[in-house]
Design a protein around this ligand. Structure first.
Ligand code: GLY
Ligand code: MN
Ligand code: MN
Length: 399
């Protein structure tokens, strides 16, 4: 177990956002609302991660207002009223006291005051992330709308030690799940059985959920980047590519590994696997403070091309773009593809960026992706997922 984020964490984040807000402005951030799936059922509710980041609260419909007027900051949170009927069916509404304990916000009111409250903010510029739905928003009476994303992106990209502890734990849970896959994988089983073993393992060790829809793609479908059906039987002498992660106290891991279904890579599989692995080993040292991800992307193309050509698997008529057609990495955090205004970001200490080179050969019916989560530090890149089996020898010995 790792400590949950403290009240001070959320207070500090709100303070940091105030520092970025100009005077005479406000931000309005919604928790989001439930969405109906069918007559008596809603889709699972996922709170807006910006709201979570600034309050720690996970219930729907809440609205956070940070206002800065004449240099004075005022924070107000609106939450649902108690509703004995609804709560009997769908669960308790958080109380004002419990919301205060979690978030550290003193001024907490019920939502029916939100509209009249907004009239006090008339004339201000306002920053939002389009999470307050129109029926709640009505007329803010606020002047000029701006996107909140550039401000929050700056903050969310750089993780604090408390956040990193949660991310390390999400990665640890993923490691446990992958070990169980390795112990159980066999030809003839379905892809979803491997998925189930992973998901059972992470949930039974405390993950809230998977970080994203688990990808367990075997054989010739491996070049499909976001394959999530996972319904095929795994065929002997093929590989299976897993792209998966755990969510722990809101924070995500994002790991890819490619295993031989029967425990032994064939000659060609091994050649492709080693090419991607060698490229990844060479790319990671570029994850340095001050490097721009645009340059890392270009380097990854060069290296995958170099190591791919060194196998005899590449078709001379094709180019690297036929074999490698996605980004080398993205910021990771509360979202798997974490809030980031521009993917071509310049790296700073405290960022966590994935490194996920891959080579996909539709003509040979195979593909390999290897993905790790990298912490950027002044002393160089730290592979947070370094313990998760990756070399051919270790993988084969564990299967
Ligand atoms: N799992 C999605 C990604 O690796 O970006
Ligand atoms: Mn991934
Ligand atoms: Mn990724």
């Amino acid at each position: 177990m790792v400590k949950e984020l403290s009240q001070e964490f959320y207070q500090n984040k709100r303070e940091a956002l105030y520092d970025l807000l100009p005077d005479q402005s406000a931000t309005i951030i919604g928790a989001g609302c439930e969405v109906s799936k069918s007559l008596d059922e809603n889709y699972p509710f996922y709170v807006n991660n910006n709201y979570l980041y600034l309050t720690g609260l996970t219930e729907p419909e809440g609205i956070l207002v940070l206002a800065k007027m004449h240099g004075q900051n005022s924070t107000t949170l609106f939450i649902r009223k108690p509703d004995p009927f609804k709560e009997k069916w769908f669960g308790r509404h958080i109380s004002i006291d419990a919301a205060h304990q979690k978030s550290g916000i003193d001024d907490i009111r019920y939502l029916d005051e939100f509209e009249s409250f907004c009239s006090d903010l008339k004339g201000l510029d306002y920053y939002e992330d389009d999470t307050v739905p129109d029926h709640q928003k009505r007329e803010f009476g606020l002047e000029h709308k701006h996107s909140l994303l550039p401000l929050l992106s700056k903050m969310r990209l750089v993780k604090s030690e408390e956040e990193l502890a949660l991310m390390r734990h999400a990665i640890h849970l993923t490691h446990l799940g992958i070990n169980q896959i390795l112990a159980n994988l066999k030809p003839g089983d379905f892809e979803y059985q491997a998925q189930d073993i992973f998901e059972y393992t992470i949930l039974s060790h405390g993950a809230e959920e998977t970080a994203f829809g688990t990808i367990a793609v075997s054989g010739e479908d491996a070049p499909i980047l976001h394959y999530m059906t996972n319904r095929k039987r795994m065929v002997d002498h093929t590989m299976i590519l897993f792209d998966l992660g755990a969510r722990y106290r809101g924070y995500c891991s994002d790991i890819s590994r490619t295993f031989p279904v029967n425990g032994h890579y064939t000659r060609d599989q091994r050649a492709l696997y080693e090419a991607v692995l060698q490229a990844q080993r060479d790319i990671i040292p570029y994850y340095q403070v001050g490097t721009n991800m645009r340059d890392v992307q270009e380097k990854s193309r060069e290296l995958l091309n170099q190591y791919g050509l060194a196998t005899d698997l590449f078709d001379p008529e094709k180019t690297i773009d036929d074999y490698y057609y996605h980004g080398i990495g993205h910021s990771l955090g509360l979202d798997t593809h974490d809030l980031c205004e521009d993917r071509r970001v310049t790296l700073k200490p405290g960022m966590v960026i994935t490194c996920e080179p891959g080579l996909y050969m539709a003509d040979r019916g195979m593909g390999v992706r290897i993905e790790d989560d990298i912490l950027i530090t002044e002393a160089g890149p730290v592979v947070l997922s370094a313990e998760i089996p990756k070399s051919v020898d270790i993988i084969e010995s564990m299967m």
